[in-house]
Design a protein around this ligand. Structure first.
Ligand code: BTN
Length: 247
């Protein structure tokens, strides 16, 4: 993949700019990076607080040639790539909470938002990645649940080092996903890095219900397998997962 970085000082959302670029016909590999986002988006319409210089705000244009069943795995490979980048670059050992929250000591260090769009050149996926670089300016509402590279590593979180390592890892896992057993490979790599993959008691918040169960791995389409107390196994395709403790 040919990475080309479009750098902005301030932007509404790097995902918005990448979606625009994709619509205009941008090649795969175009990355939008900003120092600050004024309307950073998280999952489920939440805000992604994006103060100047406190995070990596990054969006990558992809034009994947994979079966629709594999598309959800794009967010899993992003989490795996971030996990490896944090380890190789900053010596940080992270965890991945299904589907793609990257945590350190149970606090979120990275969030990933994949969005899709139809373009004249065909279907495109925008992978939006937000990594917290510094926590000094965290607003009070996230101070207890979020962490940053600065807080978890002795090594200064420099973008010039973080970015090339991240794009290298993203490219590696993206290529693998296109290979014959790419789905099996991706699910294995994700599971190796996630304490949530097997045997974790969790509570899942879905739009219309809350389910409690024990995780039993992931399906090849990225769904989380959950065994309920009744013994029934269900597949989770969307929802917020939380570690659960019985009283
Ligand atoms: C989440 O809710 O966990 C996903 C957060 C994704 C944030 C990133 S920051 C770069 C890109 N631009 C956005 O507006 N959102 C994503």
């Amino acid at each position: 993949m040919n990475f080309k970085i479009l750098r902005f000082e301030t932007i509404s959302s790097t995902n918005d700019e990448a979606l625009k670029q994709a619509k205009l016909g941008a090649d795969e590999g175009i990355c939008v990076v900003a120092d600050e986002q004024t309307k950073g988006r998280g999952r489920h319409g939440r805000e992604w607080i994006s103060p100047k210089g406190a995070g990596l705000y990054f969006s990558l244009v992809l034009r994947p040639q994979i079966s629709p069943q594999r598309l959800p795995l794009l967010t899993l490979i992003s989490a795996v790539a971030v996990f490896d980048t944090l380890h190789e670059t900053f010596g940080i050992t992270a965890d991945i909470k299904w589907a793609n929250d990257v945590l350190v000591n149970d606090k979120k260090i990275c969030g990933i938002l994949a969005e899709t769009t139809e373009t004249a050149r065909g279907f495109s996926v925008i992978l939006g990645i937000g990594i917290n670089l510094k926590s000094s300016n965290f607003p009070p509402e996230i101070a207890d649940i979020a962490t940053s590279i600065e807080a978890e590593s002795e090594i200064e979180p420099k973008l010039e080092i973080l970015l090339p390592n991240l794009t290298k890892n993203l490219e590696f896992y993206y290529r693998k996903l296109h290979s014959t057993d790419g789905d099996v490979f991706t699910c294995n790599e994700w599971s190796k890095r996630s304490s949530f993959a097997f045997g974790k008691l969790v509570k899942v918040f879905m739009p219309n219900e809350i389910i409690i169960g024990t995780t039993r791995g992931i399906e090849l389409d990225g769904a989380l397998r959950l065994e309920k107390d009744s013994g029934e196994t269900v597949k989770i395709y969307a929802g917020d997962v939380e570690k659960f403790r019985r009283l």
